[in-house]
Design a protein. Structure first.
Length: 89
């Protein structure tokens, strides 16, 4: 008899995908806010802002997500160097 793997909860990704999903969500949220502030500062609260901001956000996200993935190992090393590891109890 072949045993089937334990099914995961419906609609959730496997835990191994967290290494991609975390930077994905973080890059979406960060670029959303930063591009909004930058575009609003440049154009002011005008109809041009509403028309321009989605494209500005999309371009910034296309740069930010791969950059975040590429720099994450370096950032982890820097943090490990700067932050004390918790002692095991």
């Amino acid at each position: 008899m072949i045993s089937s793997p334990v099914p995961r909860p419906r609609g959730k990704l496997p835990a191994r995908d967290a290494a991609i999903v975390m930077p994905l969500v973080l890059s979406v949220l960060m670029t959303f806010v930063v591009s909004a502030i930058s575009t609003l500062r440049s154009l002011g609260p005008t109809p041009a802002f509403v028309a321009t901001w989605p494209a500005a956000w999309a371009i910034s996200w296309l740069v930010a997500f791969p950059t975040r993935l590429a720099l994450l190992p370096l950032v982890r090393r820097i943090v490990a160097f700067a932050v004390e590891t918790p002692s095991s109890s």
